[in-house]
Design a binder for this molecule. Structure first.
Ligand code: PEP
Ligand code: MN
Length: 338
């Protein structure tokens, strides 16, 4: 059930409703909207009539939520959620934002030089894996905490917020001390213990689509995070497994406008993992912005041939700079800014 508060309802009225909801043994989460505030109520409320809530001061209406994901649904919150990545940029607003950087943090020189170049090209955040979820256990697993230290130093040098993947619940707190945004990778989209852990801390979360997940399963994964109290969730389409083996995965761009209908959460696209091929990153990035993505997550390296991880899908800093210039008119054509 959601309780829609009247336009202009007071903080006292909102607090009172929340207290009453919690008094009924339900979990209440306040979702701030530009027009109206909404209180999402999770739990068994079959015994309480809607009239009970409708009669409360400041309440416009109480209504059941029909979709299985409650807090992620547009039904609950018609206005777009904006997730703040830095004082100057929120994902999900008018401005399209591109997050860029190497697949993995390899060493200081590599990271700092890439960070400087992507910042100059207009990236809104720096990405880089310190804990890498590798298919093959004998390959480079990431620099771990040392990599996080380099990421934090790259932030100091460039001013860019940093995004990095968290693989296990035990690392959430430690990674949160270094990173500005936590990434949940495709292999962990259904790791519900991890989803709960990132839901219980305040840093924004980029939730990648499970490579075999339906859109509904993906939104339910987001719901795990939202229902624990963290409403700063960004969805990232990164390609799914299909019979097609020409590309590494099949990038589902139709997921973007579909999600925009179903959810208020920002949606970004990762054309690097989504295709596995460097030359496809540019056209698929353009396609993603054209279909309404709020941003992109792109793998960039000074020397992709020498990249320790995912070289074949990584673009050069020069290619990135060119792509950023080419994206601008596309963003403007669909009513966005860059
Ligand atoms: C990544 O972005 O570094 C990554 C491992 O992506 P995915 O989880 O989508 O494979
Ligand atoms: Mn990668």
């Amino acid at each position: 059930m959601i309780i829609v508060m009247k336009h202009g309802s007071s903080k006292k009225e909102i607090d009172h409703v929340i207290k009453m909801v919690e008094g009924q043994g339900l979990k209440a989460t306040l979702l701030h909207g530009t027009e109206r505030n909404v209180i999402a109520c999770i739990g068994d409320k079959r015994h309480i009539s809607q009239d009970f809530w409708n009669a409360m001061p400041g309440v416009e209406k109480a209504m059941p939520i029909l979709s299985p994901y409650k807090m992620a649904s547009r039904e609950v919150k018609p206005t777009n959620t904006q997730v703040q990545l830095s004082p100057g940029f929120s994902m999900g607003g008018l401005k399209v934002g591109v997050i860029a950087g190497p697949c993995a943090v390899e060493n200081k020189t590599q990271l700092f030089s890439i960070a400087k170049r992507v910042k100059e090209a207009g990236a809104v955040a720096l990405r880089g894996g310190a804990f890498k979820p590798r298919t093959n256990p004998y390959t480079f697993q990431g620099l771990m905490e040392e990599g996080l230290e380099y990421l934090a130093e790259a932030r100091e040098r460039t001013g860019l917020p940093v995004v990095t993947e968290v693989l296990s619940p035990e690392h959430v707190e430690m990674i949160g001390k270094y990173a500005d945004v936590l990434q949940i990778g495709t292999r962990n989209m259904g790791n519900f213990v991890l989803l709960k852990a990132v839901g219980e801390q305040p840093k924004p979360v980029i939730l990648k689509r499970g490579m075999s997940a339906t859109i509904e399963e993906w939104l339910l994964a987001a719901e795990y995070i939202l229902s624990r109290g963290n409403t700063n969730v960004i969805l990232c389409e990164r390609g799914i497994r299909t019979f097609e083996d020409h590309t590494r995965f099949t990038l589902s761009l139709s997921a973007v406008p579909q999600l925009k209908q179903l959810t208020h959460l920002p949606v970004i696209v990762d054309p690097s993992h989504g295709t596995g091929k460097r030359y496809l990153v540019n056209p698929m990035s353009k396609g993603a912005i054209a279909v309404g993505a709020d941003g992109l997550l792109i793998e960039v390296h000074i020397d992709p041939e020498r990249s320790m991880v995912d070289g074949p899908q990584t673009i050069t800093v020069e290619e990135f700079q060119r792509l950023m210039a080419e994206l601008k008119p596309i963003a403007e054509a669909v009513g966005r800014q860059m």
